[in-house]
Write a protein that binds this ligand. Structure first.
Ligand SMILES: *[C@@H]1O[C@H](CO)[C@@H](O)[C@H](O)[C@H]1NC(C)=O
Ligand SMILES: *[C@@H]1O[C@H](CO)[C@@H](O)[C@H](O)[C@H]1NC(C)=O
Ligand SMILES: *[C@@H]1O[C@H](CO)[C@@H](O)[C@H](O)[C@H]1NC(C)=O
Ligand SMILES: *[C@@H]1O[C@H](CO)[C@@H](O)[C@H](O)[C@H]1NC(C)=O
Ligand SMILES: *[C@@H]1O[C@H](CO)[C@@H](O)[C@H](O)[C@H]1NC(C)=O
Ligand SMILES: *[C@@H]1O[C@H](CO)[C@@H](O)[C@H](O)[C@H]1NC(C)=O
Ligand SMILES: *[C@@H]1O[C@H](CO)[C@@H](O)[C@H](O)[C@H]1NC(C)=O
Ligand SMILES: *[C@@H]1O[C@H](CO)[C@@H](O)[C@H](O)[C@H]1NC(C)=O
Ligand SMILES: *[C@@H]1O[C@H](CO)[C@@H](O)[C@H](O)[C@H]1NC(C)=O
Ligand SMILES: *[C@@H]1O[C@H](CO)[C@@H](O)[C@H](O)[C@H]1NC(C)=O
Length: 879
């Protein structure tokens, strides 16, 4: 039994050989020189007799010598191991996609039998070694995707057998030399995407008569395309795109009888397409876009079995040759931005499986060919900015393959075939600026991928279907300037992804939907110029990313929701409605003046409001009567109030009128303004400054706050202190500055402004209470001795952090301009906070000096949403 077991062992595991052959030993040395993080070479075992079973190693079956080494995509790093050249019969090295990071050693020329060398996609640097040309058998040299730099060595004119030379995506910065034209064996010359110095294509390349591929995209080539290229009879692929070629396309190119693909896009070629294309019977793909070519699109082209024809962004004129529709293989036709006119061939798409069609920005007329999607492959149909007429063919309504539809800015009309609304893959449906009519089909519920629906400026009518709420992916609905009527479907609040809802300029009516707060991504809401009525729903204040709100020219009533103050609105327009009540304090400002025009019932302290709508005389009368009544009531109320306060002030001389205070709070408050007003007693004064008195107020919950009451001119309700008018103005600005600056800042070393209360006459600022007062007071009082050096140090660092925040972290930065010990306050632990922002300035974004705080100030750590506003349209190139 034991014997059996032992013999079994011997059979399965050959006894370890102690004599690995010489080639194996060389390879082990190579292994030792490499960094192998993934242990790719773990199978390279010294106990094996030969390396022939090692990973990546192949041997000749008769001699057993190593012939090829394939270690592509194995994450190896280190210098190129020239030791490999000791393997005399090694003919192929493939190190594609590793991290080899040295230069190519010059002694690579000792790899005398090398035929195939692939070092593409590594980190190789340095110049091309001139010794590469000394490899007499080398046929394939691929160094794509490294960091090789410099010029071609002259020796490269001497390659004996080289067929493939690829140096794409390197940092070669010389020019393409004429002597490459000496490598007559060359079949593939790929030099694209190198930062060459400006240079011409050497005409000598026309001597490479075996060449099949010439790939010179983005090689900084200038001058004309040499005629000699026409001699490349075996060339299948000519790619000269993204260079600076000028002049005509040489007619010799029509001699490239084998050519399948010609790429000439993004140059500065002029003149017409050469005649004679009909000889290029194998041409599948022609791209001469983005040049300045003129003339007609030649008929001949249409005799070729073309698959893709891209001639966009040129100056082609005339009509599209009708025979183009006979092409059996054409799947891509992009001819946008030319001056083409006439009709599209009406059988376009009948004979070939058209996939992408872009004829935008031409002067095409006539109807949309009905056969475009006949083969059921059409994905993009882009026809904007033409003068197409007629209806959308019903055949397109069955084109389930469509993804992208842009028919805007034409003269199309009629109703949309119902199926067209429900195409399952369509992402963008743009019909803007035509004369389409009829309703949006209920079938839109099935448009599962529809994200962008642009149908503004048409004559659509009827009500918006309830089914629109089922278009889950809808991001933008723009249907402005149509004749939609009825009310907004309630289902619209189910559109979770909706960012823009623009329905201005319709005849919509009824109330705004109440659940509007569930449109969490809504960025822009434009319902202007409709007949909406009822109140503005409160929920609108919780649309946290809303930055554009236009509800002007409707019949909305009620008051303005206070919640609107929470939003960062770039555009707010509630003008010309029937809104009433008080303006929320934030909007009671000059900068919002034009946001509330023409709402007779709306009042605020800002004087320009409460204006009567011009040209609305009847309403004006009603308004007049109403205001007389209101005025009478007001006089009565004021009388009563006056009496009441006279009576009160009789009792308590220093009492303040509390009824008209407007509160602006910057933090969650645990107290009300009345609690504070009650405590502004002379007994509680803890300081006096140039701008006012400071009171300590202990609230009912035991917390303390500091209240600064600003000096003012002679006004009832406040302390009477005589001041020059100009000085009062300065104080007013100081208050503005302080409120606007401090209200937005939250930093541990900047004093916290809880809230501000103001009437027209009197202004209060409520701060956190700082038990240790100001640094100035402390230093110059007997308590100065309390300040030990560690404490002083802490105070300095705290104050510096506060200032640093103002200067470096606030956008735009804020300059305090009045830093002194009296403006540094100390909390219970002698932590310091910067205070008194009465003269602070916001530094202009451009750094051109400072502008006063009273201009719109940016806030700290907050980027205006306007800069990130959703943009639905792609760039111009991509229609
Ligand atoms: C290389 O191959 C030849 C035959 O093709 C053979 O004679 C020679 O021994 C091989 N060299 C090595 C080092 O194995
Ligand atoms: C090459 O890569 C190895 C391993 O990552 C590293 O140790 C070495 O420093 C690199 N050499 C160069 C010249 O970048
Ligand atoms: C290669 O060049 C690129 C671009 O110049 C550079 O970012 C990268 O660091 C270089 N890599 C090496 C390994 O030299
Ligand atoms: C290229 O070939 C021409 C003609 O055969 C010869 O005169 C020239 O020296 C060669 N150039 C190089 C760099 O080998
Ligand atoms: C050279 O370019 C052609 C055409 O783009 C490509 O098919 C081929 O793979 C490239 N050859 C190498 C070695 O990169
Ligand atoms: C190569 O082409 C150039 C110009 O196109 C020509 O003058 C030269 O004689 C050609 N050389 C060879 C060896 O064919
Ligand atoms: C066109 O070429 C120029 C350089 O020649 C380049 O900057 C630009 O990005 C190219 N445009 C396109 C669309 O490829
Ligand atoms: C939706 O449209 C996008 C953009 O065109 C596309 O990438 C995606 O594949 C489409 N999805 C479906 C399910 O059709
Ligand atoms: C929209 O169409 C009208 C004619 O219906 C035209 O006057 C207007 O210029 C078009 N707007 C744009 C932006 O093309
Ligand atoms: C709001 O709309 C009215 C009327 O359309 C216009 O006069 C006013 O300038 C607009 N206000 C703003 C802030 O755009």
């Amino acid at each position: 039994m034991l014997l059996l077991f032992l013999s079994f062992l011997f059979l399965t595991f050959p006894s370890p050989s102690l004599s690995l052959n010489q080639e194996g030993l060389y390879l082990l040395q190579v292994k030792a020189s490499l960094h192998d993080p993934d242990s790719t070479l773990s199978s390279w075992n010294p106990r094996d007799p030969t390396p022939c079973n090692w990973r990546g190693v192949s041997c000749d079956s008769t001699t057993g010598s190593v012939t090829s080494l394939d270690l592509s995509n194995t994450n190896l790093a280190g210098p190129f191991p020239s030791l490999l050249c000791r393997l005399q019969n090694l003919s192929s090295i493939n190190f594609y996609y590793n991290n080899f990071n040295s230069t190519i050693p010059t002694d690579i020329s000792t790899c005398q039998n090398l035929i195939h060398l692939d070092l593409s996609q590594n980190l190789i640097t340095g110049e091309l070694p001139h010794t590469l040309a000394d490899l007499p058998n080398l046929k394939y040299l691929d160094l794509t995707g490294n960091n090789l730099s410099g010029d071609f060595p002259e020796s490269f004119g001497r390659f004996q057998k080289l067929e493939v030379l690829s140096l794409v995506y390197n940092l070669l910065d010389g020019t393409i030399p004429a002597f490459l034209g000496n490598i007559s064996t060359l079949k593939m010359l790929n030099l694209s995407y190198n930062p060459f110095s400006p240079g011409r294509i050497p005409p000598e390349l026309g001597n490479l008569t075996n060449l099949e591929i010439l790939w010179l995209t983005e090689c900084n080539l200038v001058g004309e395309i040499p005629d000699s290229l026409g001699r490349l009879k075996k060339l299948t692929d000519l790619d000269l795109a993204i260079n600076h070629f000028v002049g005509n396309i040489p007619s010799s190119l029509t001699e490239l009888v084998s050519v399948v693909q010609i790429e000439l896009y993004n140059n500065s070629l002029t003149g017409e397409l050469p005649r004679g294309f009909s000889k290029l019977t194998k041409l599948r793909l022609l791209d001469a876009s983005m040049n300045q070519l003129t003339g007609n699109i030649p008929d001949e082209l249409t005799q070729l079995p073309l698959e893709s024809l891209n001639l966009y962004q040129n100056n082609f004129e005339g009509t599209l040759p009708p025979s183009i529709a006979d092409s059996p293989a054409l799947y891509e036709l992009r001819i946008f931005q030319n001056q083409l006119s006439g009709e599209l061939p009406q059988n376009l798409g009948k004979n070939s499986a058209l996939r992408w069609l872009d004829v935008s920005s031409n002067q095409f007329t006539g109807p949309i060919p009905p056969s475009l999607c006949e083969k059921g492959k059409l994905e993009e149909i882009l026809m904007i900015y033409n003068s197409f007429t007629g209806q959308i063919p019903s055949t397109l309504a069955e084109c389930g393959s469509l993804y992208r539809v842009r028919l805007g800015y034409n003269k199309l009309s009629g109703e949309i075939p119902p199926g067209f609304w429900s195409l399952p893959h369509v992402y963008l449906l743009e019909l803007v600026n035509n004369s389409f009519s009829g309703p949006i089909g209920k079938s839109i519920a099935k448009a599962a991928n529809l994200s962008l629906l642009f149908i503004s400026r048409n004559e659509f009518s009827g009500s918006l279907p309830e089914e629109i709420g089922l278009v889950d992916n809808l991001v933008q609905l723009s249907a402005s300037d149509n004749k939609f009527s009825g009310s907004l479907p309630n289902s619209i609040v189910k559109l979770d992804e909706l960012g823009i809802l623009d329905l201005h300029g319709n005849e919509l009516q009824g109330e705004l939907p109440s659940g509007i707060e569930s449109l969490k991504k809504l960025n822009e809401l434009n319902l202007a110029n409709n007949k909406f009525s009822g109140e503005i729903p409160d929920g609108i204040g919780s649309l946290s990313v809303l930055n554009y709100l236009d509800l002007s020219n409707n019949q909305l009533t009620g008051s303005i929701p206070f919640g609107l103050q929470n939003l960062k609105l770039n555009q707010l327009n509630l003008s010309n409605n029937l809104l009433s009540g008080e303006l929320p304090p934030l909007f009671d400002k000059e900068m919002y003046k034009n946001s509330f025009l023409g709402n007779p019932g709306l009042c605020g302290n800002f004087s320009d409001l409460c204006v009567v709508r011009d040209g609305d005389k009847h309403k004006g009368y009603v308004w007049l009567l109403r205001s007389i009544f209101v005025l009478a009531a007001l006089v009565f109320v004021v009388g009563v109030v006056w009496f009441y306060f006279k009576y009160r002030s009789y009792k308590k001389a220093r009492a303040i009128d509390k009824s008209k205070w407007t509160l602006m709070s910057f933090h969650k408050l645990g107290f009300s303004e009345y609690e504070i007003l009650d405590c502004l007693d002379e007994d509680n004064v803890i300081g006096r400054g140039s701008s006012g008195k400071v009171y300590k107020v202990v609230l009912s919950n035991g917390d303390a706050v500091a209240v600064k009451k600003l000096w003012e001119g002679v006004k009832k309700g406040c302390e009477s202190v005589d001041l020059e008018k100009g000085q009062a103005q300065v104080l007013d600005n100081g208050f503005q500055a302080e409120v606007e600056t401090l209200g937005k800042i939250r930093h541990k070393n900047i004093v916290k402004l809880w809230c501000s209360c103001a009437t027209r006459d009197c202004k209060l600022l409520v701060y956190e209470y700082m038990p240790n007062g100001s640094l100035g007071d402390l230093l110059h009082s007997s308590k100065g001795s309390l300040l030990h050096w560690p404490t002083r140090y802490k105070i300095i660092v705290d104050a510096a952090e506060g200032l640093s925040y103002l200067h470096h972290d606030c956008v735009p930065p804020i300059v305090h301009r009045d830093v002194k010990s009296n403006n540094i306050l100390l909390d219970g632990d002698f932590g310091a906070r910067v205070a008194d922002f009465g003269v602070a300035k916001v530094v202009d974004a451009a750094g051109k000096g400072a502008k006063s705080m009273s201009a719109i100030a940016g806030s700290c750590g907050y980027i205006a949403p306007g800069t990130k506003r959703f943009r639905g349209f792609d760039s111009l190139i991509r229609h």
